[in-house]
Design a protein around this ligand. Structure first.
Ligand code: SAM
Length: 251
């Protein structure tokens, strides 16, 4: 159908492009994308030749009026990002808002998103979850963001937290999370999902930091934290189990 289609693309494994995603891209008048080279590679692999138009944070506002004109004339336009689901820590939100406000059709072709896949593989409670995306890269604003999370937790938020992070900042971010939220929080580091070196490390924040220092995680990573109280609960259960075991022992 005419309108804007948000099309999810692979997060590593090129086979994770659904037939409907492919058909939608093939039927688009043009594709809005981040890095045209990345999307071009995807198109070439599937034998497609569709005009590409870059859409990123710096030109999104300027591009919106022209895209709306196209959509009003009945064009089919697709939006992709370099990887995964558009808008999720990627451009497109302002465009989608504008399309909705203009009363024009918008639809989505679901597919990979690193956040949801990492959540399901983490072994942490799947809901409620809070997707935080990237923390601010610099120390001060990052501590402030973590303090804000701590404030929400003190007010009762008990959710699994999901962060995106650049691999070279993982150890630094783990240290900042330990400083703000304590070393005992259950956590997980999911890296290179859907790729050859896919790996999920699970443990307390302190254990993950020790691991990240000894063996820095390479590639793309998602960092997850279990809800507060989980660790304490786990420890209580362990205490109960120990007590029960000791009661059973004839001393
Ligand atoms: N839109 C994408 C999505 O739906 O997942 C996310 C784009 S964001 C700019 C890129 C971040 O997503 C990376 O820094 C990493 O935190 C995460 N990511 C993307 N692909 C990943 C993968 N294969 N394994 C682990 N994390 C990944």
């Amino acid at each position: 159908p005419a309108g804007l289609a948000l099309v999810a693309t692979p997060i590593g494994n090129m086979d994770d492009l659904s037939p409907r995603a492919l058909a939608t891209l093939a039927g688009a008048e043009f594709i809005l994308c981040e890095d045209t080279r990345v999307t071009q590679k995807l198109l070439v692999r599937h034998g497609l030749s569709i005009p590409l138009r870059p859409l990123h944070d710096h030109n999104e506002d300027a591009e919106i009026p022209g895209i709306l004109v196209k959509l009003r004339s009945g064009a089919k336009v697709a939006l992709v990002s370099d990887a995964g689901t558009p808008l999720v820590s990627d451009p497109g939100y302002r465009l989608v808002r504008a399309v909705i406000e203009a009363g024009l059709p918008v639809t989505g072709i679901p597919g990979p998103s690193a956040a949801v896949l990492a959540l399901t593989l983490s072994g942490l409670p799947p809901h409620p979850f809070l997707f935080q995306g990237f923390l601010p890269p610099r120390g001060g604003p990052r501590q402030a963001a973590i303090a804000k999370i701590k404030g929400m937790e003190q007010a009762g938020l008990a959710a699994t937290l999901i962060f995106y992070e650049a691999p070279h900042r993982v150890a630094e971010t783990l240290a900042a999370l330990i400083e703000g939220l304590g070393p005992e929080r259950p956590a997980a580091l999911a890296r290179e999902l859907t790729k050859r070196f896919e790996e999920v490390r699970r443990g307390t924040l302190a254990e993950l930091l020790a691991g990240a220092e000894a063996d820095p995680p390479r590639g793309e990573v998602v960092l997850l934290l279990g809800p507060p109280g989980e660790a304490a609960e786990g420890a209580e259960n362990l205490d109960d189990a120990l007590l029960a075991a000791m009661r059973g022992m004839s001393l």
